[in-house]
Design a protein around this ligand. Structure first.
Ligand code: NOJ
Ligand code: CA
Length: 557
């Protein structure tokens, strides 16, 4: 049944509990606060919340350094509060997925403490050790410029340990069957508490072979099948959304040719080329990225995003393309990060230009996949570049013009609320935008509503329709005798574009505009001529009632 694969037509919204809403006034967002905001999220129309890590953690990598997988960090509440939250979501028909960070633990995790203090501890082999400094210790850093190596000597252990990320994040030895069994147990635990799946962190590294002698890590794809199988035994409709920034040629290894591995993956390829398209007004590389990532099993799905909680990674673009994006969206060194990306939020990158924001959102909603929205982007929140690394785009949600944007009554919020400049909470906040029918918030709500009413995007086959103009991208979806068509103008100048829609049994004479009154009717030669405003976009459904009747006749003949 169509609704069974719920993630195919979902709207995912990601947030971190600590910066969303503080209910008890200690300056840190918490589950009680988030619970109070569920009606806001429900009203926005999102269908799934992705929670970033909230388990007990020293918090040196915003929770991606877990010290206890079976708990809620006391700053955010209790397990009881968590279950109240998942229940509140269930009542509103909202699903919850959570981060599953099992490539590494915190160095404060009891497993690591036991492992480092005793060579004979059963936990020793849960991590990756070497007696001598490995030859490749200065290679493979994920955070170049900040992280100095991937192996660090631990005095207490009398040995070197491997860490793909920061030195306080020792890698788990994921080849160890006991570690694998523990990963399943962690999934089972949270499934039991009401979540519908996981955003799995750093998947290529989780499944890579690790060790001092490993020259070229090999992916152990079978592990992915083990994770999925277990999950589906426990709960048939639970999913895994993989964070795997890999080349298109390996996509199928992650999805599984028999659709037996990851249900979803973030489409990093499209993400980077989308930003290139926005920077250059040239849609061709984006069209190529769409084609390159087209092959996937029918039940699999892409997660499509604009910005997330990390830097905008541009590592897959050519140098010239990357330079173009840097020049346009992050010209200052201070805006860039790890020699490969931009750390700003979406709105400041696009100069706060409402037309460009709508264009970007419209693309995210109409390219093949399921949109993943970052909290705050629905009101076009800004960033605070005075904060280190990626924290600049992780500031508290701006709810109102009250002190600290209504996020907390404390004078010392965990991260400062943006209070100055055009993106300060006095200008950019939910309360103000809720009252303004033309606000970004109300626009986002409407586009989400429409996106949900066009399941063809999540389910259908797409075709890119050729135009002579590289600034115009036209994409069509066909699914169950319905067709929809989306036209985007990436340029700052208006564009006139001509195209035809050829479908079996019909020429696609009438295009019904889903967002406004100006529909399009083909001329005698079957050509549609559409004049798009600067950064303009159109959402069309092919055919009116006549056309649909005619088609069903054809189908049933
Ligand atoms: C990817 C996460 O998105 C990032 O925020 C984190 O620092 C690393 N994985 C390490 O867990
Ligand atoms: Ca609190």
């Amino acid at each position: 049944m169509i609704d069974d694969l719920w993630y195919k037509n979902a709207i995912i919204y990601c947030l971190s509990v600590g910066t969303y809403m503080d209910a008890n006034g200690d300056g840190i967002g918490d589950f009680k606060g988030l619970l109070r905001r569920l009606d806001y999220l429900h009203g926005l129309g999102i269908t799934t919340i992705w929670l970033m890590p909230f388990q007990t953690s020293p918090g040196r990598d915003d929770g991606y350094d877990v010290a206890d997988y079976y708990s809620v960090d006391a700053r955010y509440g209790t397990l009881g509060d968590f279950v109240e939250f998942t229940h509140g979501c269930e009542q509103r028909g909202i699903r919850v997925i959570i981060d599953l960070v099992v490539n590494h633990t915190s160095d404060q995790h009891p497993w690591f403490k036991a492992a480092r203090s005793d060579r004979n501890s059963p936990y020793r082999d849960w991590y990756v050790w070497s007696d001598k400094k490995p030859a490749n210790a200065n290679q493979g850093m994920v955070f170049p410029g900040v992280q100095k190596s991937t192996w660090t000597r631990d005095k207490e252990a009398g040995a070197w340990y491997f860490h793909r990320f920061y030195d306080f994040q020792p890698d788990l030895n994921t080849s160890n069957p006991r570690v694998q069994a523990e990963i399943l147990k962690i999934m089972g635990f949270w499934i039991q508490l009401g979540v519908s799946g996981f955003r799995m962190d750093a998947v290529p590294f989780v499944i890579a072979t690790k060790g001092a002698k490993v020259k070229k890590p090999a992916e152990q794809y079978d592990m992915l099948r083990t994770f999925r199988e277990f999950l589906q035994w426990r709960q048939g409709d639970a999913i895994i959304l993989a964070e795997a920034n890999v080349l298109p040629k390996t996509d199928m290894e992650y999805f599984g040719r028999d659709a037996d591995r990851m249900h979803m993956m973030f489409n990093f390829q499209v993400n980077q080329h989308l930003f290139y398209a926005l920077a250059s007004s040239d849609s061709r590389p984006l069209a190529q990225a769409l084609k390159a990532t087209k092959p996937r099993p029918a039940s699999a799905q892409w997660g499509l995003f604009l910005r997330n909680h990390d830097e905008l990674d541009l590592g897959r673009l050519t140098e010239a393309q990357r330079d173009r994006v840097f020049k346009c969206f992050g010209p200052d060194k201070d805006m860039q990060l790890y020699n490969r990306g931009i750390r700003r939020r979406l709105a400041p990158m696009l100069g706060g230009d409402r037309r460009r924001l709508e264009l970007a959102y419209s693309l995210m909603c109409t390219l093949p996949g399921t949109p993943v929205i970052r909290y705050g982007d629905e009101i076009a929140m800004g960033d605070d570049l005075s904060l280190p690394e990626r924290n600049c785009a992780r500031t508290p949600m701006q709810w109102s013009t009250e002190p600290n944007g209504g996020f907390t009554i404390s004078d010392t919020p965990a991260l400062p609320v943006i209070s100055e400049g055009p993106y300060g909470f006095e200008h950019v906040n939910v309360a103000k935008q809720r009252r303004d029918p033309n606000s970004m918030l109300n626009w986002t709500e409407r586009i989400i509503r429409m996106r949900k009413e066009v399941p063809e995007i999540g389910w259908g086959d797409f075709t890119i329709i050729r135009t002579r103009d590289p600034a115009v991208l036209i994409i069509r979806y066909d699914w169950r005798n319905n067709s929809v068509l989306f036209v985007h103008n990436l340029d700052e100048k208006p564009r006139e574009t001509a195209f035809s829609v050829q479908l079996p049994g019909d020429v696609g004479e009438h295009l019904i505009n889903l967002l406004a009154e100006n529909h399009s009717h083909a001329d005698k030669r079957g050509q549609h001529r559409v004049v798009l405003e600067p950064y303009g976009y159109r959402w069309y459904r092919v055919g009116g009632l006549d056309y649909l009747l005619k088609r069903s006749e054809i189908e049933t003949r």
